[in-house]
Design a protein around this ligand. Sequence first.
Ligand SMILES: Cc1ncc(COP(=O)(O)O)c(C=O)c1O
Length: 418
Amino acid sequence: MSHHLNESLIRELAHKYHTPLYIFSEKEIRKQCQQLKSAISYENKKIRYACKALSLQAILKIVRSEGFDIDVVSLNEVKRAQRAGYNADEILYTGEGASQLVFEELLEKGVLINCSSIDQIRLIGEIKPGSSCSIRVNPGEGHGATTKTNTGGPSSKHGIYHDQMDEVKKVLKEYDLKLVGVHSHIGSESDLNHWLRIKDLTLNIAKQFDDIDFVDLGGGIPVVYKESDKPMPLNEWGEKLTESFSNFSKEYGKDIQLVIEPGRFIAASCGSLIAEVENLKHTPNYHFAIVNTGLNHNPRPSLYGSYHPISFIGAEGRKMDGERNYVIGGNLCESGDVFTVTADGTLAPRKLPMLQIGDLMIMGMIGAYSYTMKSEYNSMNLPASVLVDINGNEKLIERRGTIDDIMRREMEAYTEGH
Ligand SMILES: Cc1ncc(COP(=O)(O)O)c(C=O)c1O
C-alpha cells in the first residue's frame, strides 16, 4: 500500500537526483495491468488506459506493451499517445470541449471521438458527414470518492443525459453518422455495487441503438490509499461483467465488446514522492514538519482532502526513534499547502518518529493525478522523475525543472523607462 522501494535505493536516488523526486515502479504498474487482464474472462474485451492519471512517455509505453489501448481527453494527449507508439485506432477521445479545429484534426488522424454532448455529434456531422462516433451518456446516477470526482447524475456536466437519446438518434440520422459505441464514466473510486448498477443502466441505454460495436463503462476502479479503504473485489467484478456482457450480446444478436478505462487503478500505486524535511516548528496546537515539496507536486490532499501514506527515513542513515504527532506541511506560501488533512480539509496530524532536518519523506500512492496535476506555483522547480525498471535498474525519465523551463514562454513585454 505505501511504496515498493528499499531505503538504500531511496537514499541513492535522492542523493543523485536531488529532492523533491518522483519515483515510479515498472514492476508495480505491470502488476496492476495484469490483475485487470486476468480478472475479466470475457473474450471480446478492451482495456484503455486513462492517461490523464499519469502521462509520462515511459509509462504509456509500458502500458501499451501490456496490450492496452488508451483514453485521452485532449488533442495533446492524442499527440503524447502517438509519440509513445499508439496508433490512431488505439485511441478514444472523450473531452468536454468541442473546438472545430481540434475535432477536424482528430477526424483527420482517424481518432474516434466519444461525444459528450449533442453539439459535439453535430460538429462531427458538419465536419465529416458519414463518419463514426460513440457517445458518453450520463445514466442519471453517479458515484465517486468525493463530490468533485462524481461524474454522473443531474448535477454533473459530463455526458449526454440519458433522457435525450431520441435527439441523439435524430442528429445521427441527420448527418448519416454511425454510432459505434455507448460509454459512461460515473466517477472515480466507485464501489462494486455502484459499478454494477451503472453497468446495467448503461447497457439499457445501449440497447436503444441498433448496431453498436462496444459498450464502455469508463474507469473509476478504486485503490487502497489507507487501511480502512475497501479494495475492489476484482474477481467478482470481472465475473459479473463477463456474465452481463455475454447475456447482453446474446440478446442483442451481436458480440459486443466490453471496454473499461481505468486510470487510477493502473497508475496510483506505482509512484512515490520523495522530499526532505527542511524545517520543524510548533504552535500551541501542532508540531509542523515542513518538507521541500507541496501541493505543486501533489495537489490531491489540498484539492480533495485525499490521504497518502507517508513515512520517513533518517538523514545520513540515522536510526529513527521516538514518536510525535506531526502535521506535514509543504514549502509553499499557501496555508492549504498541507499533506495531512481529513476529507473536509481539517488538519490531521500523523504519528511519526521524531523528525530531524534532512530526514527523507516518502509519500506513497502518488502515481495517479499527482504528477499530471503538478504546477510551477511559487516558481518552484518541478521534480525529476525516475523509473525503477523491471530489473530494478533506475532510469531518469524526466529531468528536474529549471528557471528557464519556468520562464520558457514569457515575452519581453516591459522595458524600464518606456
Ligand atoms: C472519461 C474517463 N474515463 C476514465 C477515467 C479514469 O478514471 P479513474 O482514474 O478513476 O479510473 C476518467 C477520469 O476522470 C474519465 O473522465
